[in-house]
Each structure stands twice: as structure tokens, then as C-alpha cells.
Write a protein that binds this ligand. Structure first.
Ligand code: HEC
Length: 181
């Protein structure tokens, strides 16, 4: 009966192996995790000029002219450090991730030499960067210019935004007058 004993043991070993293998397959099926096709990280760019205080969104809306009249270009220059990762501000400066911004006020939209604008920006090329257009774009780029490739959340605080716009306005040989308050 030795071969019968052997068969019993071999059978038990085989059965165990099958169970172990089966469990492995089963757990792989249960705990299977999707690997994303393109691993990536969302990059948050700090909001220019934000110092942590929340915008007083409840107050009455102040006109852009009024905000610009009391804007501080020096504060705007420091707020615009958030833009400098992608934009050059000097006269004749190069295009970086974004187009050069020297003398951008009243410049045609999507008009900077040698920059490959998004279709969304090109669709607005009949317009100019008036103070109002700049203000709306910098507040919420994606809403003001759908499909823009400027990956930036926007500057939500009205005064911080006006400071940056006043700074942009100063980057010109002939700064354009602010709109009336
Ligand atoms: C992460 C990079 C990035 C940051 C940060 C950024 N921009 Fe831009 N910006 C772009 C790109 C890219 C474009 C071109 C957008 C398009 O073609 O849709 C652009 C376009 C613009 C334009 C339109 C220029 C033109 O020639 O029509 C203005 C104005 C502008 N940015 C201002 C700013 C200001 C001001 C800040 C900071 C408050 C800022 N951007 C922050 C990348 C950036």
C-alpha cells in the first residue's frame, strides 16, 4: 500500500498548491490597482500678492479706475514675482513659457512676436489688452479666455490685482492713462 500512501500525499500537496495559487489570483483580482498612464503632479502656483487674508467679497464693488488710482506699482512688482516664472518683463525680453510682457497694456491680444499662443488666445486677437481685459484675465484666466494655456489660478484680491496691473502699466516708454475712477 506504499504507492497508495504516496498518491494520497501527492494529491494533498497538489490540492494545497492549487488553493495557494487560487488565493493569489483572487487577491490580485481584488487588490488590483490601476497605474495611471501618465504619472503627474499638479503644480500649484502661489497666488500673487496674497498674504493670506481673504478677499472682502461682501463689500460693494469698487471700479477698476478707483482701484488703479490707489494702486501701488511697487507692491505689484513684488506680486508679479509669481508671474516671472513664466514671463519676462524687460523691453525686448524673450518669450518664456509665456510671452514677454513689456508694454502689454493696449497691446493686441496674442500679438507678441514669436510666441505660439493657444487657439483660445488667438480667437481674441481682434481685441486689445485694455485695463479691463487685463483685469478680467488676471482674475480668472480660464473664464476670461477659455482654452488658454496660461496655467495660473488668477489673482483673486482686487487690490493685489490692480497693483500688478499698475506695475505692468509702468513697463512702457509711454504708460497708458488709467481709466477714470
Ligand atoms: C505657469 C506659467 C504662467 C504664469 C505663472 C503666468 N502666466 Fe501669463 N501666460 C502664460 C502663458 C503660457 C500664456 C499664453 C496663453 C495662451 O496662449 O493661451 C500667458 C499669457 C499671458 C498674457 C497675455 C499676453 C499676450 O501677449 O496676449 C498676459 C497679459 C499674462 N499672461 C499675464 C500674466 C501675469 C500678470 C501673471 C502673474 C500674475 C501671469 N501671467 C502668470 C503663462 C503663465
Amino acid at each position: 500500500m506504499e504507492s497508495f500512501e504516496f498518491n494520497k500525499i501527492a494529491g494533498a500537496v497538489l490540492a494545497t498548491a492549487l488553493v495557494v495559487f487560487g488565493l493569489k489570483e483572487l487577491s490580485a483580482a481584488i487588490y488590483h490597482s490601476e497605474t495611471p498612464e501618465k504619472p503627474g503632479y499638479a503644480i500649484e502656483v502661489a497666488e500673487a500678492g496674497a498674504t493670506g487674508e481673504a478677499q472682502a467679497a461682501t463689500g460693494p464693488a469698487v471700479s477698476l479706475g478707483t482701484l488703479l488710482a490707489s494702486a501701488d506699482p511697487a507692491k505689484g512688482a513684488s506680486g508679479a514675482k509669481a508671474c516671472a516664472a513664466c514671463h519676462d518683463f524687460t523691453k525686448g525680453g524673450p518669450n518664456k513659457t509665456g510671452p514677454g510682457l513689456w508694454d502689454v497694456v493696449e497691446r493686441g491680444i496674442a500679438a507678441h512676436e514669436g510666441f505660439a499662443y493657444s487657439d483660445g488666445m488667438k480667437a481674441r486677437s481682434a481685441e486689445k489688452w485694455t485695463y479691463e481685459n487685463l483685469d478680467a484675465f488676471l482674475k480668472d484666466p480660464k473664464t476670461a479666455t477659455p482654452k488658454t494655456k496660461m496655467v495660473y489660478a488668477g489673482v483673486k484680491r482686487d487690490q493685489a490685482r490692480a497693483d500688478i496691473i499698475a506695475y505692468l502699466a509702468s513697463l512702457s516708454d509711454a504708460p497708458k492713462p488709467f481709466p477714470a475712477p
